[in-house]
Structure formats: C-alpha cells, structure tokens
Ligand binder design. Structure first.
Ligand code: ASP
Length: 283
C-alpha cells in the first residue's frame, strides 16, 4: 500500500510531523491488511484519517475558495468490482471520502456535486461541520506561499489486500485561490483516481493539467499495453509537465509493485508491503 499527502512540498521546509503521521497511518493500515482487511476499507480508513488531521489540504486542512468557503472533492474506486463513487464541490462534510463511498454503495450514480451531494450526506447521516469558522485550519484568503503545501496538499491512498483486490481513494480541498465551483482531477474517476484488476492509482498536482494529460487511467492503459508501472507513471508526469503543470502519482500493481513518483519539488508519501519495509518521506 502507499499514501500521499500531496505533491506541493517545498524544499527546505520541515515535514517531520506530517511524515510521522504518514508513517503511523501506514503502519496501522499494514496491520489491518495483515489481519485480512479489504483494500477498499483500508484506503477509506487512511483518507479519513488524513482528512481529519488538518495536516493536508483535504478535509479539515482545506483552503477556502475565492468566495471565502471550503469546497471539497473526493473519489474512491474498488478495482475488484469497478464500482466507484465521488463527490465534488461539496461543503462542510467531515469525511468527503466516506460520502463518496456512500454515493458508490447507496445510489446508482458515480458522482454527486454541490448542494445535492450535501443533501445526500445529511440524509444518510454523515458527520457535517457545524462551525466552519473554527473547524477549518486555514483562514479565508490564505495564499499557497503562506502555507507548507504550495498548492498540492491533496491526500490519496492505494492498496492491495491479501486476496489481491486493489482500491484507490483521493480527497482534496482543491487548489489555493480556486474559483467557486472549480473541480480538479481528484474527484474524477479516471483522472485523479483509478483502480481495476491490475492497478490502483491516486494523483496529486495541478488538476487541470492532470485532466488534460489523461490522468490515472492513462497509467492503467499503459500498464495494460506492457509498460512497467514506474514507466507508465513517468509518461503521465512528463505529459503533465509538457502541458505546464506538475504533480505526483502513487500506485500499486497486482504483482505487488509500488510506485511513487513526482515532478514537483517533493511529495509527502509513505509505502509498505509484505516485501518492502515501511518508508515515509517527502523529498
Ligand atoms: N489535484 C488537486 C486539484 O487540482 C490538487 C492537489 O493535488 O493538491 O484539485
């Protein structure tokens, strides 16, 4: 399994607290997988913890849009069944990733947005933020330069369980200074998130460029065409760069390969498997 906490890390800054969080979370997830947990549950668990932590630009740590409020995007995909769920531009739910899973499991749809998504979350009893002014960590009008994340603080998780089932999940507050209603790659199945029988992928970076470069599914298709996971990710990141953006990708394959790559300054990330000792790092 692998986690990312966004590809917006800035060289020279101290990410000790975040790396410790990623390390502990990865260790917990690994214990769960060792005890037979299902990959879908593990990626949801990891993303929920990152959303609640306030350490990333997702959930509690999200940056308000230019209208002065937080809009959240999240998506989750079960590779074994190809079921997927997403929410976009939803306000004030504590765990957007769980609402995305709710869309997958409780509706015939893949994505709900805005007021409809919030109405669904409320009806289903998902936790909502009662006092946004005190809940969110970043103040209205905050600029990326004033934070540790420099644009990309999205969170993501990919995992394969003991039965070989793959799953991926991604959650974000989006980019700093985004317009009201703006949606990036993170909640789009195939762009920010993808899982099938062979690979599970979560992206971070400038969402507009990731979408235009073909996104997560382009990695899956390259793998299916015979590329290694690492080479497939390099091709997507090169295309993102060619279009003027930057970012990072984490992925796991059915063969147990883990890939974590980025062409931004850094990407907070962690990984572990039955073959590979736990690593948690940023640069
Ligand atoms: N990809 C996200 C978005 O465009 C941003 C990020 O990765 O932090 O919304």
């Amino acid at each position: 399994m692998a986690l990312h906490g966004g590809a917006g890390a800035v060289a020279g800054r101290d990410y000790t607290v975040t790396e410790r969080h990623l390390r502990e979370l990865t260790s917990q997830c690994q214990d769960q997988l060792r005890s037979g947990a299902v990959a879908l549950d593990v990626v949801e668990y990891a993303v929920r913890a990152m959303e609640a932590s306030g350490l990333y630009v997702a959930g509690r740590g999200s940056a308000p849009n230019t209208a002065g409020y937080v809009e959240l995007d999240a998506s989750i995909m079960n590779g074994a069944t190809r079921e997927a769920g997403a929410v976009a531009a939803i306000r004030d739910v504590v765990n957007p990733i769980s609402v995305a899973r709710g869309v997958m499991e409780r509706t015939p749809h893949v994505m709900l947005t805005g007021v409809g998504a919030l109405a669904f979350a409320t009806e289903c009893g998902y936790s909502v933020v009662t006092d946004p002014a005190t809940y969110y960590v970043l103040p209205v009008g905050v600029r990326a330069e004033e934070t540790a994340d420099q644009q990309h603080g999205t969170v993501g998780a990919v995992a394969m369980d003991e039965a070989g089932r793959l799953a991926a999940a991604t959650s974000t507050g989006g980019t700093f200074g985004k317009l009201e209603g703006r949606v990036g790659d993170s909640p789009l199945i195939g762009a920010g998130t993808w899982a099938d029988e062979d690979v599970a992928i979560s992206c971070t970076g400038t969402g507009e460029h990731i979408i235009r470069a073909g996104g997560a599914i382009s990695v899956a298709l390259r793998v299916r065409a015979g590329l290694t996971l690492a080479a497939a990710i390099e091709e997507l990141l090169a295309e993102v760069k060619r279009l003027g953006g930057d970012g990072g990708v984490i992925a796991v394959s059915r063969g147990g390969e883990i890939a974590m790559a980025y062409n931004s300054e850094g990407m907070k990330r962690a990984a572990a498997s039955s073959k590979q000792a736990l690593v948690a790092t940023t640069f």
